[in-house]
Write a protein that binds this ligand. Sequence first.
Ligand code: C2E
Ligand code: MG
Ligand code: MG
Ligand code: MG
Length: 297
Amino acid sequence: ADAAMYAAKRAGGSSYAFFEAHMNAGVREQIALQRELRLALERGELALHYQPKVSAGRQRMTGVEALVRWQHPTRGLLGPAVFIPVAERFGLISAVGHWVIEQACRQIASWQRQDLHLRVAVNLSVHQLRQEDFVRRVAATIAREGIDAAQLTFEITESVAMEDAEGTLKAFEALSDIGVQLSIDDFGTGYSSLSYLRQLQVGELKIDRSFVQDLESSADARAIVEAVIRLAHALGLQVVAEGVETAAQQDVLTRLQCDDLQGYLFAKPMPAEHVAAWAEDTRRREAGAAQAVELSV
Ligand code: C2E
Ligand code: MG
Ligand code: MG
Ligand code: MG
């Protein structure tokens, strides 16, 4: 391959073609995808779906998390795991991330007009946090949409927060100053120290799905979840469990005093226009359940 590369280099202009021909299929697919992603932004093929969080006790909706989707013209609905890494790798994450924040803020304003006062959480990539003018742009978007900054939460994974502790600390301080809420996502998979956690201006920890999944089968997972909830509460933080799929998991988490739950057991991510109906259904069911309890006593 070295000899071939040398020959290609000597041939000058054809060296790029040579590399392209020999790139593995994965890389070639990523390059095609990033080209399409640039167009997708212009063509409006990205969409946000929203997954409710509910309070553990009364199963009231406490907010939603925005999760980005791509309605690809030929490949169907793509999840973020397919294209967020591509966006990160090819310098598109800033554009995609900004679109997500604008869209989420617009949605908060739109729900507000329907008298639905919802908190919306948006996931951030590390590259966004490192951007020089990130906080200023967020503040401008919030002002333009006329929403309350406290209705917007940013979720950053624990591993991202640890990767660049100093930078994260600074960015969180600035974000906290403009009034947005902060949350550590996938908690338990990174290695944050207690002193670092205490310094970060976060209001919430989200327990990673892997621990929730193992709750029923593993005493270790149970012990970890219990410890995380105690720790969070000792620091004055809210705790959310992600990926709750079974009633048994819900029971354990409720008993351990987890504040909020999120997962397929309650709702999958859905288009914005379904959220109001879902909230209303849940409210009615809860009222019905409360009435049933009253009647039985
Ligand atoms: P995350 O923030 O930890 O989001 C939770 C993921 O788990 C979502 O997948 C959600 O659909 C899925 N999920 C929720 N409940 C359950 C459940 O009960 N069981 C199972 N098996 N899965 C559940 P999704 O939407 O594919 O997103 C994956 C990841 O992509 C997110 O993980 C987040 O890190 C990232 N992501 C999503 N939207 C954005 C975005 O706008 N910007 C950035 N930078 N990253 C995003
Ligand atoms: Mg998240
Ligand atoms: Mg998560
Ligand atoms: Mg996760």
